[in-house]
Design a binder for this molecule. Structure first.
Ligand SMILES: *Cc1c(COP(=O)(O)O)cnc(C)c1O
Length: 359
């Protein structure tokens, strides 16, 4: 296969080194005499893998000891329910920041469990900007504040962490591991794996100890963080293959120099692409400059009639999955950790050529 750069928003590109390793290990995992998909999650081989992957993630993100790391199923969407179930703790209200498509989904699910106070709302500016934190209307009686640090569809990313006197909950599905963060500022961090961690089927949840063990009554036992934490995420059979892939990605990230090194690479990638967009009247990105995402870069062509041709010609140059989300239109380049600078350079080169031929 030629060198293809895949800009899919998720499931997304994996590091080439990891997919090669997956291929090598497909038929036999270590000395297990079977593939990692065919062995017991309670056997020595899988348990060793599970422990190492958790330790590697703890090292990468510098996760304090008073946080549990859970390897769950159900996607980020299951956390839209698990967060209120576990964090309301007798309260009847919670604060949610509405900054995009995924916040909106989290809010809709939150409303099934409690009175949701929408403390800021970017829907009026079509998710291209975030109101100053000083203007947010936070209800002090809320059990927690939920926000989405990176909105995957509009490409809107916070450049700060909200400071509140209640547990802060972050849906980091499309930004986790892209840069260093201070985990101690959060009550819960969760992320579906298929963007920046692994393949689909796995959700990572990082939860502070004191938020575990007091759940809304009569909810599914699997949705209780305590069930998962007390059983090392193996109350029932976990998603073994995505977990293994995550472990290989964590090893790869450590080899790259960890998250400080990834942050530098990601920042340069994003800057290269935004510079190409801003440097031309042919392309545009509507997001307020300081809230532009490092991971998801939507852009529009001045002439929308050229969208189809752009995608076709890009694919001929092995630049695939650039079609924007239907709610935004145009293009979207998702440039997670696995996308190398060369992929960005190739895209920018193509964009310049396409402009010359079609402007
Ligand atoms: C993709 C995505 C989701 C949905 O994830 P699932 O794993 O499909 O449930 C939720 N939040 C954000 C920010 C996302 O990017």
């Amino acid at each position: 296969m030629s060198q293809v750069y895949n800009f899919s928003a998720g499931p997304a590109m994996l590091p080439a080194q990891v997919t090669k390793l997956m291929q090598q290990e497909l038929l036999e995992y270590g000395n297990a005499k079977a593939s990692v998909m065919e062995i017991s999650h309670r056997g020595a081989d899988f348990m060793a893998m599970a422990q190492k992957s958790e330790q590697d993630l703890r090292d990468l993100m510098n996760i304090p000891d008073n946080y549990k790391v859970l390897f769950l199923q159900g996607g980020a969407s299951a956390q839209f329910s698990m967060v209120p179930i576990n964090l309301l703790r007798g309260k009847t209200k919670a604060n949610y920041a509405h900054t995009g498509h995924w916040s909106k989904k989290a809010i809709a699910e939150g409303q099934r469990y409690c009175d949701v106070n929408i403390c800021t709302d970017s829907s009026g500016n079509k998710y291209t900007n975030i109101d100053d934190f000083s203007n947010w209307n936070i209800d002090a009686d809320g059990a927690y504040l939920h926000y989405t640090p990176n909105e995957t569809i509009a490409g809107l990313e916070f450049d700060y962490v909200p400071e509140v006197d209640m547990p802060l909950v972050a849906d980091m599905s499309s930004t986790i591991l892209s840069r260093e963060i201070d985990v101690s500022k959060y009550g819960v961090i969760y992320a579906g794996a298929q963007k920046n961690i692994s393949i689909s089927g796995l959700t990572i949840v990082i939860v502070r100890d004191d938020l575990i063990g007091d759940v809304v009554a009569n909810q599914p036992i699997l949705f209780d963080y305590a069930t998962q934490a007390n059983n090392d995420s193996m109350y029932n059979t976990p998603a073994t293959y995505p977990w293994y892939v995550a472990g290989r990605v964590f090893e790869w990230l450590k080899e790259q120099g960890g998250l400080s090194a990834m942050a530098k690479i990601n920042e340069t990638k994003a800057k290269t692409l935004y510079a190409a967009i801003d440097g031309s009247d042919f392309y545009s990105n509507p997001v307020a400059e300081k809230y532009r995402s490092w991971m998801n870069v939507p852009f529009l062509l001045a002439n929308e009639d050229l969208n189809g041709l752009f995608l076709e010609k890009a694919a001929e140059r092995d630049l695939i999955t650039l079609k924007g989300h239907r709610s935004v239109g145009g293009m979207r380049a998702s440039i997670y950790n696995a996308m190398p600078q060369e992929g960005i350079d190739s895209l920018v080169g193509f964009m310049k050529d396409f402009e010359k031929e079609n402007a």
